[in-house]
Ligand binder design. Structure first.
Ligand SMILES: CC(C)(COP(=O)(O)OP(=O)(O)OC[C@H]1O[C@@H](n2cnc3c(N)ncnc32)[C@H](O)[C@@H]1OP(=O)(O)O)[C@@H](O)C(=O)NCCC(=O)NCCS
Length: 165
């Protein structure tokens, strides 16, 4: 067999050892997605999502499916032609550390790339995981993303209003 046609060991490797697959989410997945994220919302790692919010995000969402069961989810929320955010990323505990989380993120980043979106952001406590997916705090040209919460800022302003200068 010519060396260039020789199968590589990776040709036979499934996406992950338990053969979960990543695919675009469908309208019919909404209830399973809602159920998937509940434990993470209860644990405080994800923000709650209404059924309507999930439905709206489905066209730019991906699921991980194993044996017909949804075991992972994430959504790309597109804010503008320039900016999108990775939202509600979750993989069931039994299926974690098999590469599904990073495949879900990669799928969203690919969608963003195809739409020429300049930046994809994430707000997370899983910093190490997202660094492994290529995310960083700085952008080319030493630019950084900085945040302010308007509610906190308003409270700060009214606290200083009456204080002596
Ligand atoms: C974060 C999360 C989605 C990762 O999913 P996953 O399927 O386990 O991730 P992967 O298997 O693709 O991991 C990719 C890499 O990140 C590492 N990693 C995964 N979770 C990690 C964590 N919590 N801390 C540090 N590293 C982590 C893995 O070891 C792996 O590294 P490797 O390729 O060198 O082995 C999953 O832990 C989860 O659902 N967490 C709870 C919800 C959450 O925090 N979501 C993010 C909020 S936006």
């Amino acid at each position: 067999m010519p060396p260039n046609l020789k199968p590589k060991p990776t040709d036979f490797m499934p996406t992950n050892p338990r053969s979960a697959t990543i695919r675009p989410a469908r309208a019919g997945d909404a209830a399973a997605i809602e159920a998937l994220i509940v434990p993470f919302v209860k644990a405080g790692t994800l923000l709650p999502r209404t059924a309507a919010e999930i439905r709206d995000l489905i066209p730019t969402s991906f699921v991980a499916e194993s044996d017909g069961k949804i075991v992972g989810f994430t959504a790309l929320e597109i804010y503008s032609a320039k900016l999108a955010e990775i939202r509600s990323l979750a993989v069931t505990e039994e299926q974690q550390r098999l590469g599904l989380g990073s495949q879900l993120v990669d799928a969203c980043v690919e969608v963003a790339g195809k739409r020429n979106i300049l930046e994809v952001m994430v707000i997370t406590s899983s910093e190490e995981f997202f660094r492994g997916c290529g995310f960083n705090f700085t952008l080319p040209g030493e630019k950084k993303a900085l945040f302010i919460q308007p509610a906190a800022s308003t409270a700060r302003a009214s606290a200083t209003e009456g204080s002596p200068s």
